[in-house]
Structure formats: C-alpha cells, structure tokens
Design a protein around this ligand. Structure first.
Ligand code: SF4
Length: 410
C-alpha cells in the first residue's frame, strides 16, 4: 500500500478513488500491487490510520541516503511554504462575523414569520389562496433555524478554544496568506534541504503562519537527523529573529540570512547610521555623540540608548521629531550582526539558498495539485507531507545515482 501511495504521489494520483481506479487500469500500478485491486476505502484507511508509520518510512529513506553517502550534511537550506487545507475560506469565522451572521439569520427568520402571520390572517378570514407559499415559508424558517443553531454551536466552540478565528471543519488549520493576498485555510510546511544533494533531510508541518519562531526548532531537528556536530543553515529574512538565531548559536548551528527590516524612514537618520561599540557598550550617532544604555524595553527584549546631547544638537531636525532620539538594540542583536556579516562576506550564500530550497517546493506543489492537502488534522497532514517528501527524495536520489545503483544499495 505504501508503494501504491508513493507511486500515486509521484504521478499526481493522490485520492483513494483515483488510486483504486489506477490499480485496475495503470500498468505500473498493476505491477506494483501484483494485480491486487484494493477498494478505495482500504486505500484511504491506510493513509488515515498509519500516519506515524508513513512519517517513519520517509525518515528511514533519509537515513538510507545518509548511509549511501548521498547527503553532505554540513550546509542546509531552510524555507517554508503555505499548503492549502481541506476547508473552504467560507468556513473561517471569528466572533464578529458569527455575531453578524446570527443577526442576519434572525432578520431572515423574522421576515418569513411575518409572511406566515399574514397568510394565517388570510386563512382566519376564510381565504387560503397561498398554500404553496405557506409550505415554502415554513420550510425556509426550519432551514434558517438549523443555520442559527449551527452558528450558535460555532460560537460556543470559538469561546471554548479561546481563539480569535477558527476554520470550522478543519480546526487545526489556520488562515494564512502572503502580504495582502486573501488568507486561506492552510498549513505551513517547513523543509530543510541538503545543499550538496538537494535531498529534503527534514520537514515538518505547523499551523503557525509565522516562520520567525520556527528557525531554532526546525534547524535543531535537522541537526539531530543528520547527527552533525555543527550545521550551517541558509535561510531568508523571514527567519531573522534575533532570539532564535542566538539560540541556534548555542547549539552550534550557524544561521545565514538577510535581516528583515521594517519600512525605512527616509526623513531621519536610519538606525544603521548609528554605530555600536561592543567594548564600551555605547552607540555613536551621526552627530558624533555617544548614546548610552538608559533602560530596557522588556516586551521587545531590547535596551534603549540615549544621549542628552540631543537637546542642543544642530542635526536634531534630521534625526528625530521628538525631544530625544532613542535607539533600541535587541538583547541578541550581536547574533544578528554576526549573521549579517556572513551574508556580506559571501553574497553567494543567498543564491545557493534560493537554488536549493525553492526547487523541491515547486516539485512537491506540482505533485500535490498546486499545494493542497487531502487529509484533515495536523497529524494526518504531516503524514501526507511525508509521502510528498518521500516521493521527491526517491526521484531525486534516483536521478542522482541512477536506478541500478539505488536498487543495488537497497
Ligand atoms: S539628535 Fe541626538 S542622536 Fe541625533 S545626531 Fe543629534 S545628538 Fe546624535
């Protein structure tokens, strides 16, 4: 059954009904299954009931490739992509939208009840000339009442889960999207690709759209998979979280990524024009004055630097609209500075990252209907991602060393 699924994911045949049909029509599937023709329920049950075993099979193939010396394992590229969950965007709702829908449904119920009262009046006066309308209105009221009850159940579910928004029908998915694009019910697929071989050495699926908190856990998991003493992770600006980069450093994981900066204020001196001196823990401003630590911003994990020289500074109009310029330096800014220095020292690193990690996503999305999962719930979605990753790795390894070498090694 695993053979059938891997074949299916390689050939964009992922649904259990399509796989059932392939078992009796497709020569490759007939050969793979030795002419067995399982029912679609049996096929679906395998993927549904064995997520951990499927994930284990994908991980075992990575270990097999390591044993064959296919994986370099010193430098990897990390990136994430959003994959659509099995849920309609219409099923995304928060408290405000549910309250609006309940009010709208109540107005509709009131409208039909008024119409029914009018018909009852007619009947009381001895006229019953709209029996068809009366039945239709009664059915509409019953249907609207069911909708109102469903909305009430959703409101209680939302209150119980203490979340702002829920994807009803697939509550583990979250609305995700890029920039101003519509937010669709999705999961966040993270993948770590070996730069030498192009094989995916580790993947995971999260229902958190924000990549910046995933740098340390995903990199550490990849390091453990590779059993490496040190690991160099190439990634993009979405992961430039100072705290995460510093945590990676403590685990002998070196991160190279550009620093993500907010919109630049071009009217005033930019923060990069303020030079930090590590020995004295001070900052030199463009006016040549020294800013010293003057308190902490605990929520942002940053230290404030200020100078009293701002009061009489001739450059103040170009520096700040306020009484005094404040520069915030993150507790772990040193880790970000070291990371940025690596990028400046070797600009080629970002080209390597792009070429390494974006190609597997393209292939996986093509294999999975444009990046859509077919199963529900995080546990099963992880198994589905494992099938895509396994299919990708098999084809990648086979293309690298050849089918004969792969069969011989196994
Ligand atoms: S306003 Fe303050 S921080 Fe800005 S240049 Fe003048 S002294 Fe330096």
């Amino acid at each position: 059954m695993l053979r059938l699924y891997i074949w299916g994911y390689l050939n964009q045949v992922r649904s259990s009904r399509m796989l059932e049909r392939a078992c009796s029509r497709d020569l490759e599937a007939l050969w793979l299954l030795r002419r067995l023709a399982p029912d679609y329920r049996t096929i679906a049950a395998f993927r549904h009931d064995n997520p951990e075993a499927i994930i284990g099979a994908s991980a075992a193939f990575v270990q097999f490739c390591r044993e064959q010396g296919l994986i370099g394992g010193h430098t990897v590229a990390l990136d994430g992509t959003k994959m659509r969950a099995v849920a309609s965007p219409k099923n995304i709702a928060g408290a405000e939208r549910l309250a609006r829908d309940v009010a709208h449904t109540e107005r509709e119920i009131a409208y039909y009840l008024d119409r029914l009262d009018a018909i009852d009046d007619q009947v009381a006066r001895g006229f019953d000339d709209q029996p068809a309308h009366r039945d239709a209105f009664s059915r509409a009221v019953a249907s609207l009442q069911r909708r109102k009850n469903r909305l009430a159940r959703r409101q209680s579910e939302l209150a119980e889960r203490e979340e702002k928004v829920i994807v009803f029908g697939e509550p583990e998915a979250k609305p995700m999207g890029y920039a101003h694009a519509p937010k669709l019910p999705s999961y966040n697929l993270q993948s770590v690709v070996d730069v030498t071989s192009g094989l995916i050495v580790h993947y995971d699926v999260f229902n958190d759209a924000n990549d910046s908190h995933l740098l340390h856990p995903v990199s550490l998991a990849a390091k453990e998979v590779l059993e490496a003493d040190e690991l160099h992770v190439l990634t993009d600006g979405g992961y430039s979280n100072a705290e995460e980069v510093a945590r990676c450093e403590t685990e002998a994981i070196t991160v190279s990524a550009p620093i993500k900066r907010g919109a630049m204020n071009t009217e005033h001196f930019r923060p990069t024009q303020f030079i930090y001196d590590e020995d004295s823990d001070t900052i030199r401003c463009p006016g040549g004055h020294t800013l010293r630590p003057s308190g902490k911003h605990t929520r942002n994990r940053a230290i404030r630097y200020r100078t009293s020289a701002c009061k009489t500074c001739a450059l103040k109009p170009r520096c700040t609209p306020g009484a005094q310029r404040t520069i915030h330096r993150l507790y772990d800014q040193g880790a970000l500075d070291r990371m940025e220095a690596r990028i400046y020292a070797d600009p080629n690193l970002m080209r390597i990252r792009r070429c390494t990690v974006e190609h597997p996503f393209g292939t996986i999305k093509r294999m999975s209907g444009g990046g859509r999962f077919l199963t529900r719930g995080l546990r099963r979605v992880k198994a589905e991602a494992a099938l895509s990753v396994l299919a990708f790795n098999i084809i990648r390894a086979t293309n690298t060393v050849g089918t004969g070498a792969m069969i011989g090694a196994s």
